[in-house]
Design a protein around this ligand. Structure first.
Ligand code: AMP
Length: 271
């Protein structure tokens, strides 16, 4: 695995290569990230993973600084996957050039996480657009765990007619059902237990939850989750995955979307 900390050297290496598969990450590599690599391996030998904690997608400097980082361990894990390239850009590499294409932020960016993190998705699309202009991948692998992010990147790519195809990848969970996330490292045993209870409750009652959409039903559900020990629920909504609007009466092709806090740690999931 070749490691690039410099854009010029990376561009030299990639020039003339096609069929590039790109997996952007913020590091603290876990099995969720590794599953994206596994899927990419089926499509291409030219896999490039990036690790970059993008300051522009955090709403506070504190959140940015507190994001878990573990670059040594990440490199060890990634070497084992036998990918060809790892890109560890510096801020200047990403933000010192004028992009060819404008950022397209669909209205969906105002919903779910966007309601509570106003600059977040603009920051995400900005960085992904820049990565795409640098790397020009044929495929980009993104997790359904961050469904809203995946949808907005897809909408940006379609709107700008970018020739990169988004490949969505299923959410990897631990044996207790919790979606793997770099932030899980900050949870204690009790909090992990609560997160597992939340997952199991939503999974078992998914159909009911998606169909019962009255104010009282929602309040009861929130009360239930808070009784497990959840600190705060930021949002809890059902959405149809195609229309990105309220679930249809059948509840089919719809998921429950949740963001909640355990202590100071914010978790998101959809199932
Ligand atoms: P992150 O490093 O959290 O920005 O994630 C990098 C990529 O990995 C994103 O496309 C995520 O959606 C994806 N990802 C994160 N967690 C998981 C998971 N548990 N299962 C599958 N993909 C994931």
């Amino acid at each position: 695995m070749k490691i690039f900390k410099n854009k010029i050297e990376l561009l030299n290496e990639l020039s003339g290569l096609n069929n590039i598969a790109f997996i952007p990450t913020m590091g603290s590599i876990h099995d969720g990230h590794l599953s994206l690599i596994k899927k990419a391996k089926k499509k291409s030998v030219n896999i490039i993973v990036s690790i970059y904690v993008n300051p522009k997608q955090f709403n506070t400097t504190k959140n940015f600084q507190e994001y878990p980082r573990n670059i040594k361990k990440d490199i060890t894990l990634l070497k084992k996957t036998k990918i060809k390239y790892l890109y560890l850009p510096k801020y200047k590499d990403i933000y010192s050039f004028k992009t060819k294409l404008p950022i397209y932020l669909d209205h969906f960016s105002k919903k779910l996480c966007g309601k509570f993190r106003p600059k977040h998705f603009y920051g995400v699309i900005n960085v992904v657009n820049r990565f795409i202009e640098i790397i020009k991948p044929k495929l980009i692998f993104l997790g359904f765990k961050d469904f809203q992010q995946l949808s907005l990147i897809n909408l940006h790519i379609n709107k700008n007619r970018i020739l990169t195809k988004v490949i969505g990848c299923s959410t990897i969970r631990d044996k207790n059902g919790i979606a793997l996330s770099s932030r899980n490292k900050k949870l204690n045993k009790k909090q992990l237990h609560i997160a597992s209870k939340v997952f199991k409750y939503l999974k078992i009652n998914k159909k009911d939850i998606l169909l019962k959409n009255k104010r009282k039903d929602k309040l009861d559900l929130k009360k239930k989750l808070l009784s497990f020990g959840v600190t705060k629920i930021q949002y809890l909504e059902g959405l149809n995955l195609k229309t990105l609007k309220k679930p249809l009466m059948s509840g089919k092709k719809s998921n429950i979307f949740i963001a909640y806090y355990l202590g100071r740690i914010r978790l998101i999931d959809n199932l």
